[in-house]
Design a protein around this ligand. Sequence first.
Ligand code: BGC
Length: 753
Amino acid sequence: MNIDKILAEMSLEEKASLCSGEGFWHTKSVERLDIQKIMMSDGPHGLRKVNEERDCVTDESIEAVCFPTASALACSFDRDLIEKLGKALGDECQAEGVAVILGPGANIKRSPLCGRNFEYFSEDPYLSTEMASAYIKGVQSRGVGTSLKHFALNNQEYRGMSVSAEVDERTLREIYLASFEGAVKNAKPWTVMCSYNRVNGVHSSENPKLLSNILRDEWEYKGLVVSDWGAVDNRVNGIKAGLDLEMPSSLGKNDKFIVEAVRLGKLDIKDVDKCVRRILELIDKYEDGKKSNIIWDKEKHNKLAAEIESECMVLLKNEGNILPLDRSKKIAFIGRFAESPRYQGGGSSHINSYKVTSALEAVKDICKVTYAEGYNTVEDETDDKLLSEAVQAAKECEIAVLFVGLPDLFESEGYDRSHLRLPECQIELIERVSEVNENTVVVLHNGSAVEMPFADNVKGILEAYLGGQAVGQAEVNILFGKKNPSGKLAETFPRKLSDNPSYLNFPGEGDRVRYQEGIFVGYRYYDKKEIEPLYPFGYGLSYTTFEYKDIDISKSEMNDDEEVTVTVTVKNTGKIKGKEIVQLYVNDEQSSVIRPIKELKGFEKVMLNPGEEKKVAFVLDKRSFAYYNTDISDWYTEYGKYNIFVGSSSRDIRLKTCVYVAPTNKIRVEYTLNSTGGDVMSTEMGKELFKEFLKEVNAGINSGSDKSEGELSMYNELPLRAMVSFSDNANITREKLSQFVKRLNIMINSDLY
Ligand code: BGC
């Protein structure tokens, strides 16, 4: 496609018209210029392609394969696995003529109550952005685009289309944008979808700071920005800010505003051209990589869905090695989700699964189990008949496996959860069953964290999340030891909702939600507050055991423009093969700003045979140690010692090392008369200069000797200017202090010149 030529030939009306979609899922075609329309379809954990001709929102989508949702996927901590999923989805899109799959979602799980948490990866930006990158790389390697969404701060459903997320700059950068940043820079999604909400008062769909300054100028994003469906408020401001494509169609209504604004000189045609160019580039890219010979094998992808879910499930408890189950024992499967599992969330990501495998069906290949339904999912009312049948079944067997979780009504796109509990009828069922059977195992189906009042009363807990259509197969594989569990939590499970850092400010008041917990999201908060979670971030058990040893670091000192490599050896000390997720966290030992106790900066998943050991390497760069410094509007690494923790979870650190990092670009420091003695003495040079100054003004008054440390600390909180009135020394004048500040600024910043 000769884009320059097409742009030159297009009328203003044609340009404006191309800036919005046709129907729900297509861009527009312009026959005169041979511009083809392309189709977008929802995902992200399967293909939700609706009838192409009718192109409306309500139609049932094609039969497809539902993979585990993002909340499960992230627990795999497995970049290759997610990339493999991406490739499969890319093939499906090619086979179905879909140019862009609308995902992945990289929003941070700020509160476990957010109705869309099942579509998001993690509470940690590094894990989230790594998972999103792998997904994007996988899909796009097949010549199909992705839409990294929802940019940004779409962390709740309550007033989700109008609420303003009020967040300070450092938190924005370190947590909420960082979750997108790596994926944008490393995986280069063809499209980014703006969020519905406002960010600090400005709609994401017309937010120049987000869409232009950060996304395009700072992160050098070259792709297209599409609106979330219906997120546009002021289309003209959107064009100015860099929102290229409005979806779905506004039936030409918003296009007219673009034309009018250009005619009135209120909108520069160059801004419209930029958007049109990016839309044409997207169409071109898809047309270029279009393949006509792709065959989509549903059965193969169904198997892949089971394989992926087996890598995602998290074993939370395994007292007395109740798992893997001994198939020679009398086993009961109890709970409706054994027969009819909840395996995906509601809303735009809902897949029309061509088949679903329940645990009850999958277990037939292994052994005979008895089944009792236990509860119903339509309403949260105990059904006495179902309950007593379940208790009876539990009594009559040696092991009771309970399949429970959140029914559809409890969690969906469109609304937030109001609490973290399972339905009362299920809690009662778990209590009653565990009373009569001491070998009770709970298998959970939920999109986000739940409270577990039953945790101490059962022997096993397996978190399946929303595991896709093959969830039952994966569950049986894990329960009976065909697969060794290897997932770890990508989010903290608190003991109770009120422990969560956003608790006091979620979902906000009216159209404002203040992110007052700042950077202390998820484990960053629980660590700092020394709150014991129910299950911590990064936690998950295996049927084998791993030993960590021999931590090594390639250098003990580095400049922040260098890299450092940390290696550890991990050994499988158990009897069966298994995978371990090795996690690396960084801690800034002494910082002038408030920082978390530790932050995830590396992870690797390693497969080990019994007795086998492998060396695992992590490369850390400048960013691994930096915080976002709002004074210089950039990432900054302070000089100092950084501890490096390597462990099996955020609360199970096995090895430690450290490195001294020096910033290559020093920040200019500007002292004033309002700087305190403590500010001045925070560097060695400043302290020496201050001591000299004191000696000078004290000369002849006392012996002129050096002040003791104790005497010096009296100046810590005192602004320099106040020394005039807090001293009866006539030598200390404002003028002298000004001269001192001047000299101090020159000396301190001397190596910057
Ligand atoms: C959702 C998006 C989705 C779009 C298209 C919106 O309501 O927020 O995630 O991709 O609809 O269905």
